[in-house]
Design a protein around this ligand. Structure first.
Ligand code: TMP
Length: 237
C-alpha cells in the first residue's frame, strides 16, 4: 500500500490518500487542543497510544457487530482505514454526568444516570460544534432519518460493549464522542477514533481521571494517565 499525498490535517490527525481509491492512511499526532482549538499543547506519545487503542477497540467492536472504518495498523502512528464521507455529527453518549452536561444542566459531576443519554452536535468548528437535536440534523440535511436511526443503534451498541470492556479493566466509562461515515455505497460505519481524547475514563476504585480532562483542566500527569489507561487495556485484551 503506497502512501500518497496528504488530503487533510485536523487537530489530532493527518489523512493521506493511497493507491486504492477506497482506502486512506490516518496518522495520529501528539498535538492536543481543547475548547475548539483555543488551548493548544502536546501530549508526548499520545499519537501512538490513541492509534493503538482505537484500533484494538474498533477490531473488538467489529467482532461484536458494529461496522467500522478500521482495516489494518501499519505502524505505531499510522493506520489503513476505509475511505468515508464523514457525517457531520458528533454523537455523544453519557452514562454519568460530567463536562458540558454538568455545566449546562447544573448537575454535579459523577451523578450516575439510570439509562445512558445520547446527544448530537453539529460538527462545525466555525460555529463551535453547537448542540442540536435530530430534527435540526434533518433540517440541515446532515443525515437521513434512516441514517440517524442506524447511528443511534450503533452508538448504544458501542456503549454497551465499551462499558463492559472498560469495567473488566477496572475503568468506568463516563461518556464518549463518536463519529460515523458513509462508505462509497452509503453504508454507515464507525469512523474517527476511540481514545482518551474522545472518552472520559475514570479509575473505578479511586475515581482518578485517566483521559484528556487532565489536559483540558491543567491537572498534570497527562502522559502518565494515557500510559496507565493503555496499560489497563493491554493487560485485559
Ligand atoms: P463534553 O462533556 O465536553 O460535551 O464532552 C463529552 C465527551 O465528548 C467527552 O468524553 C469528551 C468528548 N469530546 C470530544 O471527543 N471532542 C470534543 O470536541 C468535545 C467537546 C468532547
Amino acid at each position: 500500500m503506497e502512501k500518497l499525498q496528504q488530503l487533510y490535517e485536523g487537530k489530532a490527525k493527518k489523512v493521506f490518500a493511497t493507491d486504492d481509491p477506497e482506502l486512506l492512511i490516518v496518522e495520529y499526532k501528539d498535538d492536543a487542543t481543547a475548547f475548539n482549538g483555543l488551548k493548544k499543547g502536546t501530549i508526548h506519545g499520545k499519537g501512538v497510544i490513541n492509534n493503538q487503542m482505537s484500533n484494538r477497540l474498533m477490531a473488538k467492536l467489529e467482532s461484536a457487530g458494529v461496522p467500522t472504518h478500521y482495516v489494518k495498523e501499519l505502524n505505531q502512528r499510522e493506520t489503513l482505514v476505509k475511505k468515508v464521507r464523514i457525517v457531520p455529527l458528533e454523537v455523544i453518549i453519557r452514562n454519568i454526568a460530567a463536562g458540558s452536561f454538568s455545566k449546562r444542566y447544573g448537575v454535579e459531576e459523577g451523578v450516575v444516570f439510570e439509562q445512558p443519554t445520547i446527544e448530537f452536535s453539529y460538527k462545525n468548528d466555525d460555529l463551535g460544534d453547537p448542540l442540536i437535536n435530530t430534527y435540526h440534523a434533518l433540517a440541515l440535511k446532515l443525515a437521513t432519518p434512516a441514517e440517524i436511526e442506524t447511528i443511534k443503534k450503533y452508538a448504544f451498541q458501542v456503549n454497551d460493549f465499551l462499558r463492559a470492556f472498560w469495567k473488566s479493566c477496572g475503568v468506568t466509562l463516563v461518556d464518549f464522542k463518536l463519529e460515523f461515515g458513509r462508505l462509497s455505497d452509503g453504508t454507515i460505519v464507525l469512523a474517527d477514533e476511540i481514545s482518551p481524547d474522545t472518552c472520559r475514563l475514570w479509575d473505578s476504585k479511586t475515581g482518578e481521571k485517566l483521559d484528556k480532562d487532565r489536559f483540558r483542566r491543567d491537572m498534570g500527569g497527562v502522559e502518565e494517565a494515557y500510559a496507565e489507561i493503555m496499560n489497563r487495556l493491554e493487560t485485559h485484551l
